[in-house]
Design a protein around this ligand. Structure first.
Ligand code: SIN
Ligand code: FE2
Length: 203
């Protein structure tokens, strides 16, 4: 089997059920203030299958005209993103091993049919900081490759409460979500999966 990249960390069962539930409640409040939007691919204008929102001083965005970027305000409301909840800042402190706090937390919502193509997280100026990723709700099939698009990949399941860190030599590894396994979690009443990615943007 393809070895996992250096700097890639997998923490199965990192969050217990109670902490998962508390995070879902925090996310519910964030979404009430900063509604989910459908991200659209640059140039082609093709909508992605996930819905997104953010918290933090910066949020990740993509639309047809502006492409991939970070911005300080919500695309529909024009308001600043809600702050990153303290619990997530504590998780960053625990997992990131990085002196500066995260600036962005991207919140991805996958319905049972959603997926995410293989991509690199490379829109951040600070590539020394890791990406910390948390899974809530339905299990997914996560795919990870190397730093070049053609590198071989391997896949494994991520379940509710699992944490993944892309750091060091693994920071720019291609990754994506092949599929969701419907009905594999009772955490989210409507089903589906939430992924949270904490990121440092500026050096
Ligand atoms: C992402 O790469 O933005 C999402 C990864 C995931 O959903 O686990
Ligand atoms: Fe990513």
């Amino acid at each position: 089997m393809q070895p996992l990249p250096q700097g890639f960390r997998y923490h199965p069962g990192y969050l217990d059920r109670e902490r998962q539930q508390a995070l879902v409640e925090s996310i519910r409040q964030i979404v009430a203030e900063a509604p989910l939007y459908i991200p659209v691919m640059p140039r082609t204008g093709k909508p992605m299958s996930v819905r997104m929102t953010n918290c933090g001083v910066l949020g990740w965005m993509t639309d047809k005209a502006g492409g991939y970027r970070y911005q300080a305000t919500h695309p529909a409301t024009g308001m600043p993103w809600p702050p990153i909840p303290d619990e997530l800042l504590r998780i960053w402190d625990d997992l990131a091993d990085y002196a500066k706090p995260p600036e962005a937390c991207l919140i991805n919502f996958y319905d049972d049919a959603a997926s995410m193509g293989l991509h690199q997280d490379s829109d951040e100026a600070d590539l020394a900081a890791p990406v910390v990723s948390l899974s809530l709700g339905a299990t997914c099939l996560f795919r990870i490759g190397g730093p070049a698009r053609g590198d071989s990949t391997r896949s494994f399941k991520l379940s509710s409460g699992d944490a993944v860190v892309l750091g060091g030599e693994g920071r720019l590894c291609f990754h994506g979500v092949d599929r969701i396994y419907p009905g594999t979690s009772t955490l989210l009443k409507q089903g589906g999966r939430i992924n949270l990615t904490l990121r440092r943007v500026n050096r």
